[in-house]
Design a protein around this ligand. Sequence first.
Ligand code: SAH
Length: 369
Amino acid sequence: MPQNTLTVADTRTNLADMDRSSMEEFFVDIGEKPFRAIQVIQWIHQQGVTEFNSMTNLSKPLRERLIETARIDFPEIVTEQQSRDGTRKWLLRVDAHNCIETVFIPERDRGTLCVSAQAGCAMKCSFCATGKQGFSRNLAVGEIIGQVWTANKLLGHFDSKQRIISNIVMMGMGEPLLNLDNVFAAINLMLDDLAYGLARRRVTVSTVGVIPAMDKLREKAGVSLAISLHATNNNLRDMLVPLNKKYPLEEVLAASRKYSQAQNGDPVTFEYVVLDGINDSEQDARDLVKLLRDLPAKVNLIPFNSFPGTLYQRSSPATIDRFREILMNAGIITITRRPRGEDIDAACGQLVGHVAPRAGSGNIGVAVI
Ligand code: SAH
């Protein structure tokens, strides 16, 4: 079972790290009926309750026993920022050295939560601020679902019982498909009717293209898939997304096709960060059309979001419009992602949190905070 590292000294089991099946196991292991898991999951994820003493449908002796052996700990909120456009960003502390970021993006017809899967990222995509800061560690289940829990709490969902978060995208810090087991358990809770009850299509996992894990995601979770493509040839993609050297473009596209087929032809979303003079020519757009020709695909063009020290620049609106037009004329549904929360550095690729990158062979480096 994944361990939460929030309270190193506290050896009690953190029930925040458990989806329904692992919590059932926990209760059976302590000699209780498995249905206790149903009650506790509802208390935590539908009522927002983390005190065993408030769980009134558990007997007093069971509550006392749980207080002794278990805990329900989610990441602690360090700061909250709100953008002029209504986007909210939270910095959450997951341990003494690491903080992660979570972003809520309200729109007219939906509310999307952008969730992190790792503290930092090991992918080193050259245009991404998270990638520049390095990798610290995988997040535990409770640290991933804790972002959903905390956002629901702060947005008033547990009091109003109104669904404020309608969509979840795993597009925050880190590469979700390199933290598979914990991401799967967190997705189970996102989908579980006893917890957040989201439809599979409303949960999206974004990946640079970790092919073996894409197959597992399809089999085990069946949620929507987004691929960070960003280039139409291997030379350029090697530079922008270094994992391309291991899993090249054509293999990523073949795995995407397989994914879509298994999902009854649901389209895969391809994210394409538009970089001035790098991948934004009309020829690039035509090449992208060719690559996606026989694949159920949607394209999200992401205007580049700047960060200190980067050499890349955002393409002009006219260039991005022209690029989009070429794709649309070829019948590919293409959306230009409107940058949200730029004034609070909450836009794509700007999430940095505070992480202590690992130096060399897994040592924890100097703490940033
Ligand atoms: N590692 C996963 C999840 C992160 S998703 C993935 O790469 O898919 C974050 C999205 O924002 C990715 O599509 C990423 O390529 C994009 N992105 C990263 N840096 C960006 C930047 N500076 N401007 C715009 N988009 C960026």
